[in-house]
Design a protein around this ligand. Structure first.
Ligand code: SF4
Length: 284
């Protein structure tokens, strides 16, 4: 299918872009924008926000929408939390997102590394807002509690797609209800902590399923939601079934606001960390 005109993003490559690239190379860090060739990379970096991918770039799961390599990841790098904090400080980031691949090989799924990273950033840069975009940790409440206790500003976990398509699109070990449980558990443990989730459209879902997913997320207290167009990252990934029109994204935004989300990012180029600082401020 040919991409429609509304998916061609303007290239924002400001002077900040080069600083970020150099700092990341020097500190041997990965950002999600680079790994996923994100269309909004220049815009994010230009705004003083960045998404760091910790715990390596090899995942233990195989989601059929994702281009990250699958295999046996290396042992966590104990110095990585400090290098992330150093980068956040060197780049004077106002907002950063910390995410990872899924690490089913680690007993806590890597929760301790998330917690160390949050604490290292807090102690190096007290004014930076921190969002963690976490895997499901197999629904392990102790792992979730480690993250909550570390005190990030936002905890995000994506449902990625509607319930019916979850077995086809996500890894077989993931589960739609478990993702809802993760978000619910965070709110139950700390009702004032901001939670966030997101999913892609264009995978073959129907409107009723999209509205149902939004309602499911609201029912577990989710505050912020992101909805964006799925784009097939490689031939091995599931195909795009539909390019959703921007007006339809706008309808989803209105519906999300009407059912009580504090902030809704809905648009063809929206990704889970898209303008994360802006949508967090809307909540604050
Ligand atoms: S869990 Fe799925 S979406 Fe996340 S990095 Fe692994 S393969 Fe990609």
């Amino acid at each position: 299918m040919r991409k429609p005109a509304w998916l061609k993003s303007p290239l924002h490559v400001g002077e900040h872009f080069k600083d970020v690239t150099t700092t990341l190379q020097q500190l041997r860090l990965h950002t999600v924008g680079q790994e996923a060739a994100c269309p909004n990379l220049g815009e994010c970096w230009g705004r003083g926000t960045a998404t760091f991918m910790i715990l390596g770039d090899v995942c233990t799961r195989v989601c059929r929408f994702c281009n990250v390599s699958t295999g046996h990841p290396s042992a966590p790098d104990e110095e990585e939390p400090h290098r992330v904090a150093e980068a956040v400080k060197a780049l004077s980031l106002k907002y950063c997102v910390i995410t990872s691949v899924t690490r089913d090989d680690l007993s806590d799924g890597g929760a301790a590394n998330f917690a160390f990273t949050v604490k290292a950033i807090r102690s190096a840069c007290n004014n930076t807002s921190i969002e963690v975009l976490i895997p499901d940790f197999d629904g392990n409440v102790n792992s979730l509690q480690k993250i909550i206790d570390a005190g990030p500003d936002v905890i995000s976990h994506n449902v990625e797609t509607v319930a019916r398509l979850t077995p086809e699109v996500r890894d077989r070990r993931t589960d739609y209800d478990r993702s809802l449980f993760v978000l619910e558990q965070i709110k139950e443990s700390n009702p004032v902590l901001t939670t966030k989730s997101g999913f892609m459209v264009g995978l073959g879902e129907i409107e009723e399923e999209i509205l149902g997913t939004m309602q499911d997320l609201r029912n577990v207290g989710c505050d912020i939601i992101t909805i964006g167009q799925y784009l097939q990252p490689s031939k091995e990934c599931v195909p795009v079934i539909e390019y959703v029109h921007p007006d339809t994204f706008d309808e989803y935004r209105k519906f999300g606001e009407a059912i009580g989300f504090q902030s809704v990012a809905s648009g063809p180029l929206v990704r889970s960390s898209y303008l994360a600082d802006h949508y967090f401020k809307e909540v604050g």
